[in-house]
Design a protein around this ligand. Structure first.
Ligand SMILES: Cc1cc2nc3c(=O)[nH]c(=O)nc-3n(C[C@H](O)[C@H](O)[C@H](O)COP(=O)(O)OP(=O)(O)OC[C@H]3O[C@@H](n4cnc5c(N)ncnc54)[C@H](O)[C@@H]3O)c2cc1C
Length: 215
């Protein structure tokens, strides 16, 4: 369960901390829309940075450097606006004289298996083809080993724990990776032929395992 967010102006562009008073405020405001929200179901809180331009609006324009485009200050609702921003950007490219042609190697849409959404027959067929789809790794979100292996070997490989989580969701559920985390780490190490200690969370040096406590 996620309730929120609020919005605050802050000076530190790296500050993604959450604060009790803001959570209380969100709780108070949320209860105006929905009665009896069960906040005990809330398992994690986040904060993110919205890019605020000094013009109070999105900037979508060719910069003073010909052929260099600014698509900037994309604050809320930048996600909902993304398709429209894309069309505006294409128009900008056209009017700026760019020579646009369709790539023949462009693949759309991305194909990946969402095992839990398959019918019983499709599941059985998938498992018969590859028994890794029969091994449930993330029990909360019902993500199979097959989906994790697929995510690791996509053209842009998922090589960290968070990369795998973003592509196919293991660790996004109730236990937040308490059960599946070590298993996902083992699968990444095996698939990429790495030492398990070199499988990191996300950024450089975000090590999860450093040494063995006992043999
Ligand atoms: C709390 C919150 C709630 C929001 N709610 C909504 C909503 O309900 N609806 C809505 O439409 N929008 C919402 N937004 C806004 C929306 O998330 C943004 O407008 C949108 O994500 C902007 O997209 P973007 O691609 O411009 O930037 P981003 O999504 O920020 O993508 C930029 C990417 O660049 C990467 N990056 C940064 N620096 C580097 C570097 N040096 N090298 C390589 N990669 C780099 C970042 O890791 C990031 O993945 C919300 C934002 C926040 C923070």
């Amino acid at each position: 369960l996620l309730v929120g967010p609020d919005a605050q102006d802050i000076d530190n562009r790296f500050d993604v901390s959450t604060a009790t008073d803001r959570l209380e405020y969100i709780k108070f405001k949320g209860s105006h829309s929905i009665k009896d929200i069960n906040f005990r179901e809330n398992i994690r809180t986040f904060a993110g940075i919205r890019a605020e331009s000094d013009r109070g609006d999105f900037i979508v324009e060719e910069s003073s450097v010909k052929g260099f485009f600014d698509i900037a200050g994309i604050k809320s609702p930048g996600l909902s606006a993304a398709p429209a921003i894309t069309l505006a950007a294409i128009d900008l490219l056209k009017t700026s004289g760019a020579n646009l042609s369709l790539k023949d190697n462009f693949i759309t849409p991305r194909k990946h298996t969402l095992f839990m959404h398959l019918s019983a027959e499709e599941k059985a067929k998938k498992i018969a083809e590859d028994d890794r789809f029969g091994r449930m790794i993330c029990r909360c979100e019902m993500i199979t080993e097959g989906e994790i292996v697929e995510a690791i070997h996509r053209p842009v490989k998922a090589t960290t724990m968070d990369a795998v989580k973003r592509r196919c969701r293991p660790g996004s559920g109730r236990c937040q990776g308490g059960f599946c985390g070590p298993r996902v780490q083992e699968i990444i190490a095996r698939e990429l032929n790495k030492d398990i200690k070199d499988v990191i969370l996300d950024k450089a040096n975000s090590y999860i395992l450093t040494e063995e406590l006992k043999k």
